[in-house]
Design a protein around this ligand. Sequence first.
Ligand SMILES: NC(=O)C1=CN([C@@H]2O[C@H](COP(=O)(O)OP(=O)(O)OC[C@H]3O[C@@H](n4cnc5c(N)ncnc54)[C@H](O)[C@@H]3O)[C@@H](O)[C@H]2O)C=CC1
Ligand SMILES: O=C(O)[C@@H]1CCC=N1
Length: 274
Amino acid sequence: MTKDIRTVAFIGAGNMSRSIIAGLVAGGYPAERIIASNPSQGKLDALAADYGIRTGNDNLAAVAEADVVVMAVKPQLMADVCAPIAALDLAGKLVISIAAGVTCERLSQYLGGHQALVRTMPNTPSMLGLGMTGLYASDAVGEADRAFAGHLMAAVGEILWLDSEAGIDQVIACAGSSPAYFFLFMEAMEQGAAALGVKPEDARLMIQQAAIGAAQMVRHNPQLSLAELRAQVTSKGGTTHEAVQTLEQQGLRDSVQDAMQAAVRRAQEMAKEF
Ligand SMILES: NC(=O)C1=CN([C@@H]2O[C@H](COP(=O)(O)OP(=O)(O)OC[C@H]3O[C@@H](n4cnc5c(N)ncnc54)[C@H](O)[C@@H]3O)[C@@H](O)[C@H]2O)C=CC1
Ligand SMILES: O=C(O)[C@@H]1CCC=N1
C-alpha cells in the first residue's frame, strides 16, 4: 500500500468502482479518503455500509474535494459527465479513467484540456485483490502522479504499464473483458454437468475448484508452458485426451481468437463514437 494517501473520488459507483473500492479498503487504504458519487442512492448506501467510504450524489462536490478523480461511468456518458467537471479548477488533480474506448486525447478535450490523465483498464477480480490493470500515461503526467496511479491499482492486483495507448485495447481483450470468457466457459461446464445428471451445487463446487486449481497451477509453475500443464492432465489414451480433442475439433482456439479480436475492434469503434 502506498504511503502517498490522497483523497480519491470515484465518479460512477457501478460494478467496476465497487470492485476497486473493495480491493483498496481490504488492502488498508483509508476508507475516509475514498468518496463515491453516483445518481442512484442504493449503490451508495451499499458501498457506505460495506466499506465505510464516503458517498454522495454531487459529482462536482466530490471532484472539488478530491486530489484524484477516477472517471468510472459508461463510455457513452463520459462527455456529459465531464462537461460540468471541466468548469471546475482541476489544477493539481490527477484524473484516472477506467473507461473502455475513451482515449486520453478525447478525455482531455472533455475536461477542458486537462493533462494530468492516466488511462487504465482494470477488471472485476480487483474486488478480491486479484485484479489485472493496464495503465497508460502520456509524457505530460508527472512522476508522482504516475507512481500514485500505479500504487492505487497495484492495491487491487497486478499492474502492467503500457508504452503506447493502443496497448489498452490489448489489455481489454486479454484481461478487462476476459473474466467473462472464463465465466462463460464455466457456465458451459455447468450445463454439461447438468446434462450428465450432476446436482447443481455439486457441479458448481467441482467447476469452481477446477478453475481455481488450474489458475493457481499456472501461477505457481512459471517454468511450465500452458501446453505442458495441459499435458500433465492428459493421460495417453485417456479421458482428457478425448475431451480436449473434441474442443480442438470444434474450433475452440479460433473462437477465442475471434472473440479477442472482436473486443479490440469494439474498443476501436468506441474510441470513434465517444
Ligand atoms: N465492468 C468491468 O468489468 C469493467 C468496466 N470498465 C469500465 O468501467 C466503466 C464503468 O463500468 P461498470 O462499472 O461496469 O458500469 P456500471 O453501469 O456498473 O457503473 C456505472 C455507474 O455510473 C453511474 N452513473 C451514471 N450517470 C452518472 C453521472 N452522471 N454521474 C455519476 N455516476 C453516474 C451509474 O449509476 C452506475 O452506477 C466503464 O467505462 C467501463 O468501460 C473497465 C474495465 C472492466
Ligand atoms: O465490456 C466492457 O466494455 C467493459 C470493458 C472491459 C470489461 N467491461
